[in-house]
Design a protein. Structure first.
Length: 319
C-alpha cells in the first residue's frame, strides 16, 4: 500500500489507496453488447457500447468532451457496468473526482479491480453518435484531505450505516499507471476548434486557485440521474441568476461549497459533476438539497484545496 511522504498515519488509517493491474486500449463504440477482452493475460468484461449517451444532437459545443467517466464492471447492470462518478484530467496520470462513491471500497478493496476510467478521444457523427475511447484501469487513489470517520461531526452524515456518507472534503484523486498522453500529446486546441470528427483529443483541465472569481457564464455537466444514462450539459448566464450563497441553505461547518439554484428541477446531482467558469474547474459535484420548494445543487469548491489537489498522488506524494 502506498503511503504519503508527508503522512504520519498508521497503515490502517491511511487514505484510500488502490493498487491493481492496469490495462489500456482504444475502444470504438458501436453496439450494445458486453464482450470479454484478454488484458495482460486476464479476461475482463468490457462494453463495446459506451454505457452513456453523449447527447450529440443537443450540443452546441464539445467542451465537455474533456470530462472522464468512471465505471464499475457489473454483470447485473445494463451494458455490463455501473457509473460511479465523473472527473477531469489533472496531468499525465491523475484525475480529480468526488470521494464519496469510493468510500465503500475502503471496506472491500477487492472490488476496485473492476473500476475503469473512460477517456473520450474522438466523437463523430456517422450518423448518430460514434465514440472512440481510451479505457484505463486504476493504479491508485486517495481522498484529497483524509478525514477518519471519527473526526467527522455527527450532523454532517447522511444515510445509514454502512453506506452513510458526508460531504466534508468530498474530493478524490485517482491515478492511472499508463500515462494518458502515451499515444499522443495533450491537445492545445481551443474550444471553438474542436468539432465532431476531430480525432485523438485529450485535455488537461485547469483547476481554480484561491482568489479566482466564479463569474458568469457558468456551466456544468453531469450524468442524468432522472432516467436513461446520458450526459447532460447546462449553461447559465447572469440573467439566470443561479449562483447563490450557500450559507442561506446549508451550514458552513459542512465544508467549502459552491451552490447553484436547481432551476432544472433535477432530482439529484451526479458525484463528480464538473462546474466550470472561464474554462476552469471551480466545483466538483457532491449533493443536491431541497428546503421547502427551493432546491440547490451543491459542488465542492476546489479553490481552498488547490495546492492539495495538485500534490495528491503525484510522484513526490507517493514516494
Amino acid at each position: 500500500m502506498q503511503r504519503s511522504r508527508s503522512s504520519a498515519r498508521k497503515p490502517e488509517e491511511a487514505a484510500l489507496v488502490f493498487v491493481l493491474m492496469l490495462a489500456l486500449y482504444n475502444a470504438v463504440s458501436h453496439a450494445d453488447e458486453v464482450v470479454v477482452k484478454t488484458i495482460n493475460g486476464k479476461q475482463l468484461p468490457w462494453t463495446t457500447y459506451v454505457p452513456v449517451s453523449y447527447s450529440c444532437q443537443e450540443r452546441d459545443t464539445l467542451f465537455f468532451n474533456r470530462v472522464v467517466l468512471v465505471f464499475l464492471n457489473s454483470k447485473d447492470e445494463k451494458y455490463g457496468c455501473l457509473p460511479l462518478s465523473m472527473g477531469v484530467i489533472l496531468d499525465k496520470n491523475r484525475i480529480l473526482t468526488s470521494y464519496n462513491p469510493f468510500k465503500k471500497f475502503t471496506r472491500d478493496s477487492s472490488i476496485v479491480n473492476e473500476i475503469h476510467i473512460y477517456v473520450l478521444i474522438t466523437l463523430e457523427l456517422k450518423p448518430g453518435c460514434f465514440h472512440t475511447h481510451q479505457i484505463h484501469e486504476l493504479w491508485s487513489g486517495r481522498q484529497v484531505t483524509y478525514t477518519p470517520d471519527e473526526d467527522i461531526p455527527a450532523y454532517s452524515w447522511h444515510g445509514l450505516r454502512p453506506n452513510r456518507h458526508s460531504p466534508l472534503h468530498d474530493l478524490m484523486i485517482l491515478r492511472v499507471k499508463t500515462d494518458f498522453d502515451k499515444s499522443f500529446p495533450f491537445s492545445k486546441l481551443k474550444e471553438s476548434q474542436v468539432t465532431f470528427g476531430t480525432k485523438n483529443q485529450i485535455f488537461i483541465m485547469l483547476i481554480a486557485k484561491p482568489g479566482d472569481k466564479l463569474t458568469y457564464p457558468v456551466r456544468f455537466a453531469q450524468i442524468n440521474v432522472d432516467g436513461g444514462r446520458k450526459l447532460q450539459y447546462y449553461n447559465d448566464d447572469s440573467s439566470d441568476d443561479v449562483i447563490v450563497n450557500c450559507d442561506s441553505y446549508i451550514s458552513k461547518l459542512l465544508g467549502h461549497f459552491i451552490c447553484i439554484r436547481n432551476i432544472y428541477q433535477k432530482r439529484g446531482l451526479t458525484s463528480g459533476a464538473v462546474l466550470v467558469s472561464n474554462e476552469t474547474v471551480f466545483g466538483i459535484g457532491s449533493f443536491a438539497y431541497k428546503r421547502e420548494n427551493v432546491g440547490i445543487l451543491v459542488f465542492t469548491d476546489v479553490r481552498p484545496y488547490h495546492d492539495l489537489i495538485m500534490n495528491t498522488m503525484t510522484d513526490a506524494d507517493t514516494e
